[in-house]
Design a protein around this ligand. Sequence first.
Ligand code: NAD
Length: 508
Amino acid sequence: MSAAEARARSAFRDAADPVFLAASDRVLVSVPPGLRVGGELMVGQRATFAVADPATGATVATVVDATPQDALDAVAIAYESGRAWAATSTRHRSDVLHRAYAILMERRDEIALLITREMGKPLAEARGEVTYASDYVRWYAEEALRPAGNVRPGPEGDVRLLTSRAPVGTCLLITPWNFPMAMATRKIAPALAAGCSVILKPAELTPLTSLLVADIFREAGVPDGLVNVVTTTDAAGLSRAVMADPRVRKVSFTGSTPVGRTLLAQASENLLKTSMELGGNAPLIVFDDADLERAVEGALTAKLRNGGQSCTAANRYLVQEGIADAFIEAFSERMSQIVVGNGLAAGVGLGPVIDQRALDKCTRLVDDAIARGATLATGGKAIDSAGWFFEPTVLVDASDDAEIATTEIFGPVASITRFSTQQEAIDRANDTPFGLSAYVFTQDLDRAFTVADRLETGMVGFNQGIVSNISAPFGGTKHSGLGREGGAEGLEEYQDIRYYAMNRRQTA
Ligand code: NAD
């Protein structure tokens, strides 16, 4: 038995039938097949569902299909263990999170492999996600020690007002499939740092990474019952039941805007604290004075990170007339050179999209844009394969009435249109109900800030195609959501403000 296999087997020694995902000669990954509720693996006679590898269509593993009652069992356990955890010192929570960070990084290759198998992104990118996702755990290990609070005098001088932070309580966390690890740790880490317990419902397309990460938290000393993972195909039934339970005080959701809207309405029943990280429709604006090379590099990152399946992906390329032809030529050339294939293979720069539905959507958007007058600079179609691959594609001059002009693409398709004035670029960038991220390429500092200040978004990247950073408040405006993740702000999402009034009398 190899060292990797021995470690994997011992990590899941209590699993009745661990799923082993042998994949390379160096790494072997296993995930428990059951739900991780209160430290117990719930397997037995339960329904299961299959998780597919988007690069091949083959089943990677099957996991338990939890019922709403399973989730309510998790709530009961989470509520009890959360009360004990809330009473621990911040130093203790910090130490546990630091240990979790160390193990996550030690097992980076295993987790990355699992991400690639269930989600499809190239292995190098998956390793990058593990580093990024683990960094949230380290960041909140540090932030745990710095809860906000202050003392101020009342205006009349007769009271001292003290404010501190209390954990919000038991939280429901719902994550999407596109960053199976980072979207989970971005919620779990601040929740634990604040003193909360969680029920995590991962996307049904990518539940395996969450099961493995929860086991690593357990190995790091997170008490049983604090991090519960509930895998299900009945997301709506499960979340409705959990949010109706008065022991749950918070829901944090990352996903599409329509589902976020539904959850907000449901959260109003029990007045839950909410964080909503929703869809995007990012403009990427290139002005005539931009550095062409940097603009092309940034434009590629903003499109191809995660194969275009990122909420911050550049969705609308707005390029000023003077630089447009040069930009289109250089960008299309680079897009056409991207190697597409199974993310496990060396040298692959673009993996599959997540499923058949995503593939069909790319095809539909491209065909519709061309039918309405757009020209194709490169790519344009699905690749004939067992998996779900789409060519890196560049469309030019799509008309405003094309579906692609207003839809979140979520695939490796870039749509470029031209503009003439700064005001036109701003108006077009803001002409969307979404407001998550935007990108501005210019060498003029005054212009950069003038434009950024007028963009209705939560985040702006200057001369770079990426905005995510563990220490930054990630989040959007308008239909892109409420609340922030990351930074000091991310901790506050899991805290309530407590205020104490202290009478103050002058003594002789
Ligand atoms: P989705 O909304 O379909 O699903 C997200 C999660 O919600 C999944 O776990 C799913 O099972 C669950 N869900 C679905 N219907 C539900 C319901 N009725 N009640 C409760 N839960 C339900 O989104 P997706 O396709 O998984 O992810 C893509 C979307 O996520 C895109 O719109 C993208 O922009 C957005 N996203 C946003 C951010 C951000 O930080 N703003 C980050 C990543 C992804």
